[in-house]
Each structure stands twice: as C-alpha cells, then as structure tokens.
Design a protein. Structure first.
Ligand SMILES: Nc1ncnc2c1ncn2[C@@H]1O[C@H](COP(=O)(O)OP(=O)(O)OP(=O)(O)O)[C@@H](O)[C@H]1O
Ligand SMILES: [Mg+2]
Length: 320
C-alpha cells in the first residue's frame, strides 16, 4: 500500500535566531532547531517532548508556516510552505496555544472569535457562518448562548474550548497543540484532554501535541518524538519509547514523571554548566555532561539520528 501523504512534514529544518544588542556589538545567534525531519500522517497523533528551551515551539511555528526555516523545508500536504498562501496553510493545519487568556481577542464576542476563520476563508454567508459557530460550540461542549459572551466572562477551560472551536471551524486536518493544558487548573486539564480525544475520533484529526506531561503522551500519542538541544534524539511508537527507552535522556524524562512534579515542566531549568551554549558551536553529544553512559566518542562526535529496531535514535551508547 502506498504511504499516505503527510499533512505536515519537516525536512531537515533549522532555525537560527540572530539578534544584535541595542548597544551595537556582535550579532548573537541562537541555534534553536538544528536539522529536524518528521512527518505527521492523517489520523495520527505525534507527541513532541523535551525540556524547556529545547526548541519545541520554534519547530511548531515553522510547521504552522508562522516562521520560515533558516534551512530545510516544511511541506503541507506535499507543497512547500514558502509556496503556499497563509490561507492554504490555515485550511490544513491550525494551532492551539498554551494560554487561552492571551490567544483570544478580549474585545470580541465568542461568536466573532469562532466565526473569524470562516470570514477570512470566505466560506458561506453570514447565516451559515453563525449556524456553523453554534455547531462548533456544541461540539466543544459549550452552550450555544455562550456565543454572546466576551472572553473575560469565561473560565480558563471554557476559553480553551473556544480556542479549539476557532481552530476547528474551518475543518483543518491537523492541530498543532503547544502545551494546550499547562496554563489550566489541574482539574480542568483532564477535561480538555478528553475533549481532544473525543474530537480526534469524531473528526479524524491528526495532532502534533507538545506537552511536558508524559501521562498525556501515554494516553494520546501513537508516536513520540523526544527533542534535546534543538534536535530529535529518539522517535518511535509511544509504547516503545516510554516502556523501553533507548536514549538515556528519554529514560531521564520518564523518571522525572515518577517524581511529584507531574504536570509541571520536565526536569530542572536548563543548567548552563551541563548544557552547551546554543550561541556557540559545540562538539560532541550535547547530552554527555548529564549522561552516565558517556564515553570518549561522545566528546568528539554528535551522534546522528539513525534507525535502530523500528525507531530513530541519536546515541553512541543506547540503553539496549
Ligand atoms: N524570537 C526568538 N529570538 C531569539 N531567540 C529565540 C526566539 N524564540 C526562541 N528563541 C530561543 O530558541 C530556543 C528554543 O526556544 P523554544 O521557545 O522553541 O523552546 P521550547 O522547547 O518551546 O521551550 P518551553 O518548553 O519553555 O516552551 C531558546 O533558547 C529560546 O531562547
Ligand atoms: Mg514552548
């Protein structure tokens, strides 16, 4: 059977940010994403995990066509993003952001917010659009009479439901969810995850799910990609990756989940002593200073991402 065409696909993408300090001086560059290839097929959920600052949101921004790769290519349903209009990208893939408090326009009603993508796409007349907004509110579990409310009159969970309705109203095939529940109360997080699960089944959606919560990964994702310092270091079926990690960093993430900080950011903030500086060229494996398995080759050469027993892994001394 021919492989189904990907909805979103990254091909060796890099993103380097350059900035000059206000007082002149040298240009500072941050290599946020360093050569990532991945693809999201129809009806699939791919989780992207990794600690703060490793480049997840930067990658998501490129997959959504919100920022252009410095090198490499993003394709949406086979076409390069640089050749597609904003509207064509929006028709296929939509974002759900972390914080529904900042992502909803405070001066618009729920109806205006959810209707806007239809207006932008020129779909249907006013009556049809409003009917569709009401359908969407029902689909995300909000009463139709919420359509007249302003964002400030909603709870955090209700706001995230509105932003999901807005993302789905023009029928994209994929959602890129960047920590969709981490700004919400713990009690509400499970409701939003359950909503995403239910919508996936009803609408046959694909998700790229960025999260710090491995319990959510376990529940939702077919495949899991682990990112470290701008690169993918382990990619495979979620079952395999979580049950039997091959990369020592994946094992470390899994152990962090057993600690009482579930749902919090994974592991401690980046420690400058053990992480290479993203503004300088580095040598060897960027994880080696934290790795009990590091050997001399890890100092000399950054391990390439290679296929081992059905998954992709970047480690000179894998666990199995
Ligand atoms: N616009 C920008 N200009 C300069 N540097 C940036 C910019 N955006 C991100 N960075 C840097 O790129 C790196 C990756 O950031 P990114 O936000 O993608 O991480 P993340 O994995 O999403 O982290 P978190 O889990 O905290 O959301 C960081 O070093 C960050 O400081
Ligand atoms: Mg982020």
């Amino acid at each position: 059977m021919p492989e189904a065409i990907s909805i979103v696909e990254a091909n060796e993408v890099h993103k380097t940010f350059s900035s000059k300090s206000r007082f002149g001086g040298a240009v500072r560059t941050v290599r946020a994403v360093r050569g990532i290839s991945l693809s999201l097929g129809p009806d699939r959920t791919l989780a992207l995990v990794g600690e703060s600052g490793c480049g997840k949101s930067t990658l998501a921004g490129m997959l959504l066509g919100l920022s252009a790769p410095s090198e490499g290519m993003v394709r949406i349903k086979g076409a390069t993003t640089s050749e597609l209009s904003r509207q064509a990208i929006a028709n296929a893939v939509q974002p759900v952001f972390q914080d529904p408090y900042v992502s909803l326009n405070p001066r618009k009603t729920v109806e205006q917010i959810v209707r806007l993508p239809l207006v932008a796409a020129g779909r249907g007349n006013r009556t049809e659009q409003i009917e569709r907004v009401h359908e969407m509110l029902e689909l995300v579990g909000l009463p139709a009479d919420f359509s007249g409310r302003m964002p400030r009159q909603l709870s955090g969970g209700q706001r995230q439901r509105v932003s999901i309705a807005r993302s789905l109203v023009a029928e994209p095939q994929a959602l890129i969810c960047d920590e969709p529940t981490s700004a919400l109360d713990v009690s509400v997080q499970a409701q939003i995850i359950n909503l995403l699960l239910e919508l996936r089944g009803r609408l046959r959606l694909s998700y790229l799910l960025i999260t710090h919560n491995l319990a959510v990964v376990d529940q939702l994702a077919d495949e899991t990609a682990v990112m470290y310092f701008g690169r993918l270091i382990e990619v495979g079926r979620t079952r395999d990756v979580l049950d039997r990690p091959l990369h020592p960093y994946t094992l470390m993430l899994r152990q962090a989940v057993l600690e009482p900080t579930v749902g919090q950011k994974l592991t401690a903030p980046l420690d400058a002593a053990v992480m290479p500086n993203p503004m300088q060229a580095h040598r060897g494996c960027p994880f080696r200073a934290r790795c009990s398995r590091a050997s001399s080759i890890c100092e000399d050469m950054e391990p390439p991402l290679v296929e081992i027993s059905g998954r992709r892994i970047a480690c000179h001394n894998p666990l199995h």
